[in-house]
Design a protein around this ligand. Structure first.
Ligand code: GLU
Length: 305
């Protein structure tokens, strides 16, 4: 088994000069209350080894990384019927584009842009009596950590200022692609984005996607092999806003980022890796995080290609 620790340490040294060059997300006011110079990385392997550096055990707002969890839960419940309500193509547009939703008549381009994620949230509300509890239970099951919680201040801050998301949800509702009350959808959506987790917990919780849909520790199947392949394919093509092509090109792993500065990626059959650095680039992806993952695949010679 490879000892990844020294590689992670090297990567940290190389990316530290990038800190100070990006911008912490501020359009959700509570997200700004973070030390912008934090940096952590965690790598976990299918056989249970973990390698961590820096602030890998500090929790942060996972934001859009939550879209992978809600998609997995909805996909497990609804199967292929899900794709009647949301598409499978990269958007090539900002993640909250109203224009694209209007062109495409209320069928969001993919489940990782905000409109698509809200349709998935709506599916969960229709299928679970207590959707917020169901989402937390699912994340706890995947990570094996019982005390994963919502950050209620961040959820409230987003709910109070998320006018574009409210517009997207109302537009979806007007075209019949939201079944439930719009306020309920926005409430659950803002909470799922406000889950707090560390790099170590996130890497752990993505291992089932590196293991054909099965959580390796308990041998519990979450998705079929085919569904896990499909979810990984969506992460590769749509997981990084309008920088998904460049991430595939430079890094070569399926993954998902969030505006809290976290990124999680997997190499199926091997490992999951998470990185956190709150400052973002112009696409909304962690500036140092992208570089760290690029260095990881370059230095190890590992990727999915
Ligand atoms: N809660 C954020 C929003 O809806 C998530 C954005 C992200 O991480 O991409 O704007």
């Amino acid at each position: 088994m490879k000892n990844y620790l020294s590689i992670l340490q090297e990567i940290r040294e190389e990316v530290l000069p990038l800190l100070g060059r990006g911008k912490v997300a501020s359009y959700i006011p509570a997200l700004e209350n973070v030390d912008s110079r934090r940096f952590g990385m965690a790598l976990v392997t299918l056989d249970g080894e973990a390698f961590v550096i820096g602030d890998a055990d500090e929790r942060f707002s996972i934001q859009s990384i939550s879209k992978v969890f809600t998609l997995a839960l909805a996909f497990a419940k609804l199967g292929e019927d899900l794709w009647k309500r949301v598409g499978l193509e990269p958007s090539g547009n900002p993640f909250n584009s109203l224009l694209q939703l209007e062109y495409e008549k209320g069928i969001p381009r993919n489940p990782f842009i905000n409109a698509g994620a809200m349709v998935i949230t709506d599916v969960l509300i229709s299928n679970f009596d207590h959707p917020k509890a169901a989402i937390l239970d699912f994340v706890r099951q995947l990570s094996g950590i019982d005390d994963v919680y919502y950050d209620y201040d961040i959820a409230r801050s987003e709910r109070e200022t998320g006018f574009v998301n409210a517009a997207l949800a109302n537009y979806l509702k007007s075209l019949g692609n939201i079944e439930n009350n719009v306020e309920t959808v926005l409430d659950v959506y803002c909470h799922q984005c406000a889950i707090k987790m560390s790099c170590r917990e996130l890497a752990q919780s993505f291992l089932f996607l590196a293991n054909h849909g099965i959580i390796p520790s308990g041998n519990t199947r979450i998705l079929t092999t085919s569904q896990a392949k499909r979810l990984n394919a969506i992460m590769l093509t749509c997981g990084f806003y309008d920088q998904a092509g460049e991430f595939a090109f430079r890094v070569g792993m399926p993954g998902k980022s969030g505006v809290g500065g976290g990124i999680v990626a997997v190499i199926p059959g091997e490992l999951a890796i998470a990185v956190w650095s709150p400052e973002l680039n112009e696409h909304g992806n962690s500036l140092a995080g992208i570089k760290a993952l690029e260095l990881f695949t370059t230095k190890t010679g590992r990727s999915i290609f």
